[in-house]
Structures are given as C-alpha cells and as structure tokens.
Design a protein around this ligand. Structure first.
Ligand code: SF4
Length: 117
C-alpha cells in the first residue's frame, strides 16, 4: 500500500510517498530533508496536531485565544475541544499562561496566546 502525504514542515510542501507493508513503513520518498521523513513516520504511526481554540473569560464578552503548547494526538482533538468548552478564565490573563493543565491526560498544557486585561 502506498500513502501520499504533503509535508507541513516548511512552505515547500514536499509531496511524500510512503510504502507500507504488513503495517510497517518500508520506503519513504519525495522528502527533501529529514524533517519530512520524521513527519511521514509520525503521521503514519501516531499523527499529532496543535489545537487552537477560544475559551470563555469571566465577566467579558470577548473570548480568549488559546493553543496547546505542543501537538497532541489527532484522535484527541475533539476531546480536547470539549474540555476547553468548560474552561472559564479570570482576568487578567498573560500570554503563555496555562489555562488548562494536562489536557486529556496528554501531559500537554493549553496556554493563552495573548494578553487579556
Ligand atoms: S521535507 Fe523538508 S523541505 Fe520538504 S516540505 Fe518537509 S521540511 Fe520542507
């Protein structure tokens, strides 16, 4: 089986072709650097994504933009968003401040992406 991927490591967007046999990657082609190889290996075994979202701010109408500090497993994105729906932060909030620790037991924290007075 062959899987076609587009590397998201840089704007070049190399088209990567990965050959899989018996659940194992046996060949990776099309990547211009090792970042693409690593991306393909991870994407085919345990895909991960950064998650960005909005959370409520107590006493304010405008929500706060937040993101996971690191990518989390793609399969957990909707669980992560459901956890974030329950979050309501108190002002002031500082950029990088943790608004939710260890989201979905991933060990990854969700942090504010901007100041909010
Ligand atoms: S393989 Fe390397 S050069 Fe190609 S898109 Fe990925 S990071 Fe960029």
């Amino acid at each position: 089986m062959t899987r076609e991927l587009t590397c998201i490591g840089c704007p070049m967007g190399c088209r990567i072709s990965a050959e899989i046999q018996d659940g194992k990657i046996i060949k990776i082609e099309g990547n211009s650097c090792n970042v693409g190889k690593k991306y393909a290996e991870e994407e085919l075994s345990c895909p991960k994504r950064m998650v960005t979202a909005l959370v409520q701010v107590q006493g304010a109408r405008e929500p706060l933009c937040v993101k996971t500090r690191e990518p989390i497993e793609k399969r957990l994105i909707f669980d992560c968003l459901r956890e974030l729906e329950k979050v309501s932060v108190v002002r002031p909030v500082h950029i990088g401040q943790i608004v939710l620790k260890n989201v979905c037991g991933t060990g990854v924290d969700v942090v504010a992406t901007r100041e909010y007075d």
